[in-house]
Design a protein around this ligand. Structure first.
Ligand code: ADP
Length: 512
């Protein structure tokens, strides 16, 4: 087993991996940029190396500096987390050439699945159902046009090198095709340095259901069931759960077995996820492979009892899986909400800044994977994820109730977050009934506004009490928060400090 691992990432996922290292008796090494000097992952690690200035290209994406940090600290392996260099085949090759272990799949598998068109070809050859669409990247518009006509509109333009929704364009009618292809090409070129785009049939409000897979270096491959990730905004997941309310045991078994076959066809090792779209007639189609640890991995961990990060490290160190398919079971239900530093009432604009007060929920079945603390300044430079709130309970209904209560107990003041939005998502009758597809957020939450003050009395009052305790402010005559209408004339006093900015329709008063 490794003695020292360098974690080439930041935020909540770096913290998560540091934890796994500690439990395994491995020394965790953090890397950081100038913007992250006081970040939790830096404070938690045994050693930390500054890579350079804030821009990711100068720090978390800078291969030379990461290799140098590995050399300097004597680490034997690198865990890339998700994002940044996690699916970069050149990085995996570079580490291999330097005699450093990359905790992830081999470079050839990364190359294959990182190219959506190549992956589709491989899957089709292996008899895996793929979304109807092109299997090569055309050279002229006429080919796109002919393909779109035979698929029938709507179609979706996708970047072959795609990820994070970049280069994706939905085309409703033929008139929009050329402009969408051009826009997709431009976006793909600037995001991935590769302008190749192709077309798929745009399915009508499918569900996104993915299967977690683990494969050791000897080719022993198992799946750890599904995650339902249909609650998406702009094609990016925000709430995930397992089991999926849409699967029955027979469909689950078929999708699991198909995912294992897909990964074998790709020559895949380590942890990875096969994503599928499931249509209204319960047909499922291969979407793509995510060749890394997923953001939403904790729901699988809570329901299967398998620590995925620990498994990744064991496999990378040459260990065998030690898990047989028949041993794996789903127990209870888990939900995850992603908490972002974004303002949902304002077009989900990023909301960086200082966290003045933080209260994370606790209790049975509540897990918070967090990369923040009170007093910490959220930088603007990176992905705005602050924390993930994950709950487990014996069944879906109990898990929903636990999530709602835990969101109520999650207080972040000083910056705007998506917590209130998530409360409404989890409280929505269709969500409660398990009626979620990828159109759930766009159709139910268009133009969402934050809830009126009186719905939040309890959590705001708790926050006010905590602020009072923290700042000692107003001790002579304890201030209490009084609901008021938004922007009332007169009575609204200017708050002495930042947290009040985020309180919305409240003023500070005597309680009368
Ligand atoms: P990326 O790799 O950029 O994240 P994906 O191919 O994984 O893109 O797709 C992300 C999401 O976009 C899917 O979960 C789904 O909601 C939507 N999507 C992608 N392809 C299709 C399609 N052919 N039909 C309908 N929705 C799609």
């Amino acid at each position: 087993m490794f003695k020292k691992i360098l974690i080439a990432n930041r935020g909540e996922i770096a913290v998560r991996i540091i934890r796994a290292c500690r439990e395994m008796g491995i020394v965790p090494v953090a890397v950081f940029s100038a913007a992250d000097r006081r970040s939790p992952h830096v404070l938690l690690a045994d050693e930390a190396v500054c890579l350079g200035p804030a821009p990711a290209s100068e720090s978390y994406l800078h291969m030379d500096r990461i290799v140098q940090a590995v050399r300097q600290t004597g680490a034997e392996a690198v865990h890339p987390g998700y994002g940044f260099l996690s699916e970069n085949a050149a990085f995996a090759r570079r580490l291999e050439a330097e005699g450093i272990v990359f905790i992830g799949p081999r470079a050839e598998a990364l190359e294959l699945v990182g190219d959506k068109v190549r992956a589709r070809q491989t899957m089709e050859k292996a008899g895996i159902p793929i979304i109807p669409g092109m299997k090569t990247v055309p050279t002229d518009l006429a080919e796109y046009r002919a393909a779109a006509r035979s698929l029938g509109f709507p179609v979706i333009v996708k970047a072959s090198a795609g990820g994070g929704g970049k280069g994706m364009r939905i085309v409703l009618r033929e008139e929009g095709l050329e402009a969408a292809i051009e826009a997709g090409r431009r976006e793909a070129k600037s995001a991935f340095g590769d302008a190749s785009v192709y077309l798929e049939k745009y399915l009508d409000a499918p569900r996104h259901v993915e299967i977690q897979v683990l494969a050791d270096n000897a080719g022993h491959t198992v799946h750890l069931f599904e995650r339902e990730c249909s609650v998406q905004r702009r094609h990016q997941k925000i709430v995930e759960e397992t089991p999926s309310p849409a699967l029955d045991p027979a469909l689950r078994a078929r999708m699991g077995e198909t995912a294992v076959r897909a990964m074998r066809a790709a020559g895949y090792n380590n942890a990875g996820t096969v994503e599928f779209l499931l249509d209204k007639d319960r047909n499922f189609y291969f979407l793509e492979v995510n060749a890394r640890l997923q953001v939403e991995h904790p729901v699988t961990e809570l329901v299967t009892g398998v620590d995925l990060v620990r498994q990744q490290i064991r496999i990378a160190a040459g260990g065998t899986l030690g898990l047989a398919q028949a041993d794996l079971k789903q127990n209870g239900h888990a939900l995850e909400c992603r908490i972002y530093a974004e303002d949902p009432a304002n077009g989900f604009l990023p909301s960086p800044g200082k966290i003045l007060l933080l209260r994370e929920p606790k209790g049975p079945g509540v897990r918070v994977d967090s990369g923040i603390y009170g007093g910490w300044e959220v930088p603007i430079t990176y992905d705005p994820i602050l924390a993930k709130l994950i709950v487990w309970a014996e069944d879906r209904e109990a898990a929903c109730r636990r999530m709602a209560a835990a969101l109520d107990g999650f207080v972040v003041l000083g910056i705007r977050t998506t917590i209130d939005f998530l409360k409404d998502v989890v409280g929505h009758p269709d969500f409660r009934a398990g009626r979620t597809d990828t159109a759930f957020i766009p159709t139910r939450f268009e133009g969402w506004r934050s809830p009126e003050a009186d719905e939040e009395t309890a959590s705001i009052a708790a926050a006010a009490a905590a602020i009072e305790e923290m700042t000692g402010w107003g001790t002579a005559s304890s201030p209490v928060l009084v609901a008021t209408t938004r922007a009332t004339a007169g009575g609204r006093k200017e708050a002495p400090d930042g947290p009040w900015r985020t309180l919305g329709p409240w003023r500070i008063g005597s309680g009368t």
